[in-house]
Design a protein around this ligand. Structure first.
Ligand SMILES: Nc1ncnc2c1ncn2[C@@H]1O[C@H](COP(=O)(O)OP(=O)(O)OP(=O)(O)O)[C@@H](O)[C@H]1O
Ligand SMILES: [Mg+2]
Length: 270
């Protein structure tokens, strides 16, 4: 069974979508079959793969409002192992309202259950809010990655998000894990960046990924070129940092599995 990872944070503009696209592409590059799901009604992941409005057959709107088979919403990218489900709410206010108004918290979980066995990783890009779409994503997910933009108020917005996820875990998804907090838009020439990194690492300790994502022009160019940074310039710092993150996540997963096996072995031997 594949792992479903939500990229979530209630704060806007911290690098969720950039992470979802480039981390997803890096997993595919490493040989893992990966699906990216855009649940942000304002989302533009389709643009990051060079798709226009009329290239989309069906997407997240149909999953939430029409209950169509999820396989019909999957679209290919330039990379064989990387597919995506677009957020196809263009500018229609009625569509937006019906998506945001969906009251069932398990729609996405039920939909992804149909395909979780055919992917190694399913990455969900969440909107910058704690509404029902983020709820759906965190109920469907096995784990989450939380980007933290390297700026002065980095930790301030986090409290509400952590409280919400703690309650959601208790009530709906007790198995939900933090895969980690990811420092994004890091500029090491800047003393403020260094201070923020120290503060975040001190506060969240081992939950912060060792990999940090630098501020890098190739990452900002993704929607412009319609392809992940890896396909624009694989040697760029941006592409390389997301590849490093993908390796860190895969290794962390392998360690966790080994730990679980050892725990099971200990219980059986006792
Ligand atoms: N590491 C980076 N280097 C340079 N620019 C970046 C980087 N990460 C993100 N950006 C740019 O910052 C802006 C916000 O990033 P992004 O859209 O990924 O954030 P988001 O959290 O998904 O935002 P929203 O909450 O609105 O969905 C975008 O213009 C993106 O191109
Ligand atoms: Mg986004």
């Amino acid at each position: 069974m594949g792992e479903i990872i939500a990229i979530a944070s209630q704060k806007g503009g911290v690098g969720k979508t950039t992470t979802a696209v480039n981390f997803g592409a890096s997993l595919a590059q490493l040989g893992y079959k990966t699906l990216l799901v855009d649940v942000d009604p304002q989302g533009s992941i389709a643009t990051s793969f060079g798709y226009g409005r009329y290239d989309i057959r069906a997407g997240i709107l149909e999953i939430f409002t029409k209950n169509i088979p999820v396989k019909e919403c999957i679209h290919p990218t330039e990379m064989d192992l990387f597919h995506f489900i677009p957020s196809n709410v263009w500018s229609d206010e009625v569509d937006r309202k019906s998506l945001i108004g969906a009251s069932d918290n398990s729609i996405l979980k039920n939909a992804l259950n149909e395909i979780v066995d055919i992917y190694d990783y399913i990455i969900i890009d969440c909107p910058p809010s704690l509404g029902n779409l983020t709820f759906n994503a965190l109920i469907a997910a096995h784990s989450m990655i939380v980007p933290i933009q390297c700026e002065y108020y980095a930790l301030k917005a986090l409290g509400r998000f952590l409280k919400m996820t703690r309650n959601l875990k208790i009530e709906y998804n007790p198995d939900l894990q933090y895969r980690g907090f990811l420092l994004t838009m890091v500029d090491m020439r800047n003393n403020l960046s260094k201070r923020v990194i120290n503060k975040v690492r001190y506060t969240l300790q081992g939950l912060v990924f060792e990999t940090m994502i630098p501020r890098n022009i190739r990452l900002a160019e993704v929607p412009f070129y319609g392809k992940p940074a890896y396909l624009i310039d694989r040697s760029s710092k941006g592409a390389q940092s997301y590849l490093k993150l993908a390796k860190e996540v895969v290794e962390q997963g392998a360690k966790q599995k080994q730990q679980q096996q050892n725990e099971v072995a200990e219980v059986v031997a006792a």
